[in-house]
Design a binder for this molecule. Structure first.
Ligand SMILES: [Zn+2]
Length: 233
């Protein structure tokens, strides 16, 4: 039987968040023939180095998100919220709800709830509520309700507090495509203070070793979803 084509949507706070923390999973699904959408709530322009003006850096980040997604045969959406000021209100939750209803992803990925970055924690809460709004048939919007599996919470070095890996995804096949795509991001090659590529390369190796594969990415899930139902042993 032919495998159903899936659509995976990963929503991060800044350009670079989902590309780095769940990018190998996205690359693997691209290789499987699935559709990929990355969403960043802000371009991450305030991470600009002193040598690049903030507005120029913003355009570079938007362009690099697009290049990453295109290398995976997908699309990127970068919303226009200011870096560091991602709001938490009904407007942004309905905006994400409408994006989910419009693109109809089968699977949703976002940030874990705790982080050293306020935008990441806000994004987690916004996406969890938007996922609920999108699925709720009685929540009237211009598009009909849509339910996506998840959200799955990606393993991001900035979101480590209380993160418990639950889903281990064998991403061995996706690694090479990811490695070439993620180099499109400025910070992968140029960040003077964090070795992004080294970290996520090594992390995928270490997580892979735990499941006897070359490479893995892990995801946490809502603790209330951790339930195994059996009728007998
Ligand atoms: Zn971020």
């Amino acid at each position: 039987m032919e495998r159903k084509k899936l659509h995976i949507m990963a929503i991060g706070a800044h350009v670079g968040d989902v590309e780095l923390s769940s990018g190998i999973t996205l690359a693997k699904h691209a290789i499987l023939g699935d559709d990929i959408t990355t969403v960043a709530l802000t371009a991450g322009e305030r991470g600009a180095p002193s040598s690049i003006p903030v507005e120029e850096f913003k355009e570079m980040n938007i362009d690099s998100a697009s290049q990453f997604a295109k290398m995976l045969g997908g699309r990127s959406i970068v919303l226009n919220y200011r870096d560091g000021e991602v709001p938490e209100n009904e407007d942004i939750k309905f905006q994400i709800c409408d994006i989910i209803r419009m693109y109809k992803p089968d699977v949703l990925i976002t940030h874990w709830k705790n982080s050293i970055h306020k935008d990441h924690m806000t994004t987690h809460r916004v996406v969890v509520d938007a996922h609920f709004y999108a699925a709720l048939g009685t929540m009237e919007r211009s598009k009909p309700a849509h339910w996506a599996k998840g959200p799955y919470f990606a393993e991001n070095w900035e979101d480590a507090q209380g993160f418990e890996p639950y889903v281990f995804m064998d991403v061995t096949e996706g690694f090479e495509l990811w490695k070439s795509a993620v180099r499109k991001l400025w910070l992968t090659e140029n960040s003077p203070w964090f070795k992004y590529l080294d970290y996520y390369d090594a992390l995928s190796k270490a997580r892979g070793a735990l499941i006897h594969k070359d490479r893995a990415e892990t995801f946490a899930i809502d603790p209330s979803q951790m339930r195994m139902v059996l009728s007998s042993f």
